[in-house]
Design a protein around this ligand. Structure first.
Ligand code: ADP
Ligand code: TRP
Length: 330
């Protein structure tokens, strides 16, 4: 059986270097080991929590261009927008009808939203949030994906996808491929400006695609202690050092450790970090600027990706509809 990797990228926010190190780079590396790869923009997922039209539009564009600028080759990977493949929504409904409500009650994201409510447990919870894992199952099962790389927070959704597929297969025969997850390396948590995990929800990000000037300004804002130049610095629990490790070679890390022991100033340490990150982001930024100017490029790439994805989806949904009895009257 073919090994097919598939992963979705929720289109909220503007990409940051945590996304680059934790998601984009490893997924692009991983895709080399598979027979084929499907990467898509989960724009229907993104409207669950965000109803700003402009933010969604901006995010879809910048995230799509980020992946392409970081090296996604659309001739090798099928790269598409979830909303361009309407068969996914048909499958979502079908899967809704085989999924136990109780299974959804157990979803972490839903439970956490409920637990933040006081008197009314349903306050602020829409059905999109409740059935989020079913849309995700449809994304995965539509294309017979065998492996799904995700962050550990998404593992429960893959388990649910497996449950839903197994239930469908039990009812109608073995038509759906039960996928395995590939859980991302936990070591790779990139820290943000304040030392917590870098995340758009904490407002502590270093953006991936902004100008060199903005990159430098962000790095200079990293919170450190007030030790003077000449005083040895501790590289443990140090955001500057930690970020440096994500981009540097072993030798470069050893050299920075020596500089810490010798009392490098925070300004100089940040300058080293800036130069290191900048050298890796510069080609990505240049590519992004080039692609951004070309108004048709992104639409052409996504159109092409959707055409390829739909060639699988149309065939699969017709098989699925056939086994559930929604087919030509004979
Ligand atoms: P955010 O926390 O900014 O909302 P997302 O949840 O949209 O980011 O994450 C998109 C992808 O990037 C996920 O695969 C996630 O694991 C990865 N990612 C996000 N932040 C980090 C981080 N600080 N370190 C490593 N990976 C990250
Ligand atoms: N829920 C995933 C996240 O927030 C994104 C996603 C949507 C996804 N559909 C998917 C990931 C299918 C893998 C497979 O990160």
């Amino acid at each position: 059986m073919k090994k097919r990797i598939l992963t979705g990228i929720t289109t909220t926010g503007i990409p940051h270097i945590g996304n680059f190190i934790g998601a984009i780079k490893p997924a692009l590396e991983l895709s080399k080991d598979y027979d084929d790869s499907f990467f898509f923009l989960a724009d229907y997922h993104s409207i669950i929590k965000n109803n700003s039209t402009d933010e969604i539009k901006e995010s879809v564009k910048s995230i799509a261009l980020a992946w392409l600028s970081c090296g996604l080759d659309p001739t090798k990977t099928i790269f598409y927008r979830q909303s361009d493949v309407p068969e996914i929504l048909e499958l979502t409904w079908i899967l809704n009808c085989v999924t136990a409500k109780g299974l959804m009650n157990r979803a972490h994201a839903y439970k956490s939203a409920v637990s933040q409510n006081n008197n009314d447990p349903d306050k602020g919870i829409n059905m999109g949030l409740f059935s989020y894992p079913i849309l995700m199952a449809a994304d995965i099962l539509m294309f017979d994906s065998t492996h799904v790389p995700v962050g550990s927070d998404q593992n429960q959704h893959i388990e649910m996808t497996r449950d839903i597929a197994t239930r469908f297969n039990h009812l109608y025969g073995p038509l759906l491929t039960v996928p395995d997850s590939i859980i991302q390396d936990k070591q790779k948590v990139v820290l943000g400006l304040d030392g917590r995990k870098m995340s758009k929800s904490y407002g502590n990000v270093i953006p991936l695609l902004e100008s060199q000037k903005t990159l430098k300004k962000s790095i200079m804002k990293i919170v450190t202690n007030s030790l003077e130049p000449g005083v040895p610095k501790d590289s443990k629990n140090c955001t500057v050092f930690d970020l440096y490790k994500n981009f540097a070679t072993e030798d470069e890390i050893i050299n920075l450790q020596t500089a810490y022991d010798e009392g490098i100033s925070w300004g100089d340490a940040k300058e080293k970090l800036f130069l290191k990150i900048n050298s890796q982001l510069e080609p990505i930024r240049n590519k992004y600027d080039e692609l951004y100017q070309d108004k048709n490029y992104i639409n052409d790439v996504l159109h092409e990706g959707a055409t390829k994805a739909r060639s699988y989806a149309v065939e699969k949904i017709s098989l699925i509809k056939e086994v559930i009895g929604i087919s030509k009257i004979t």
